[in-house]
Design a protein around this ligand. Sequence first.
Ligand code: ADP
Length: 348
Amino acid sequence: RPSPSPARSRPAPDHGGSADSCRVRVAVRLRPKNSEDLAHGADFDSCVELQPESKRLKLKKNNWSCESYRFDEVFSENASQKRVYEVVAKPVSVLEGYNGTVMAYGQTGTGKTYTVGRLGKDDPSERGIMLYLESVQDLLAPEKTNIPIVEDAKTGEVSLPGAAIVEIKDLEHAFQLLQIGEANRHAANTKMNTESSRSHAILIIHLQRSSRIKEENCTSLSNDTHDILPDDLPLVLKSKLLIVDLAGSERIDKSGSEGHMIEEAKFINLSLTSLGKCINALAENGPHIPTRDSKLTRILRDSFGGTARTSLVVTIGPSSRHYSETSSTIMFGQRAMKVMNTIKLKEE
Ligand code: ADP
């Protein structure tokens, strides 16, 4: 029976906007108090109050000044990984053929890796890369330390020629690759005498799927999905998922950097500052988006102002001692909520 194309038949995404434009979705996640927080005993003072029903967060500067911010979701310290996955990662829907990004931003120690690292375990992986001093290292082939970034002149699509692309056989194989990537990231950090908080790690998963899945071969899609597939749909849908564990967003002076670590911190500052500038420009519909200022922003080009569905989790700690970092993380998240992407299927 005649049916509309999947793009048109899908309801408008709850990312907001019409069926083909979608806003970057931003959630805030509060880390539970840790031993450092508790070491301050009765002096512990929280600057954060969450109101999950209204998706609001109150940030207390002092007894006289308190601001309230609304997010797409606020996760308390008790939120389960499953719930975070359901709300943050699932709607990104790369399985339907859309590009997607799941990214964590926040101060070191607030739960970025805890949040996106574990999401990775639920998904098959193809490639892990890490950015160090503006150099891109392949975490599946760590001897390759300076992978170029190439942009297709016509489509603007970014690729990393020379980086390993591994075809996933099954979930077990995906976990093995993730473990290799994690071990290589750890080894690289040890060699450079640095912390993972000073590097960005990006897992890229390429997905290719036949748009006409025979019912007898289909175990994961509901029958309804077959009904909406039109006869004239191209044979192959291609999509890409980026899972991004950013370096800590704290300022250099807070991370106690010395010597070459200052060099390192400058590059991290450069890439995170460029990302902030791109997001500001996009949020304000500025005439120029400075995507080319850093490798990070070139790789994330599709994630902000591009064709991907993007979910960002900003992670914060509760302690008022980190008020200014927490405040700047929240402001980053608020600006990212204004960024619109245009989602579309990439077909062959
Ligand atoms: P980051 O990647 O931002 O530097 P991590 O993800 O390494 O931070 O988290 C720092 C520590 O806090 C880890 O020991 C982690 O297990 C713990 N942690 C972070 N977020 C949570 C959470 N929501 N629930 C429980 N423990 C958490």
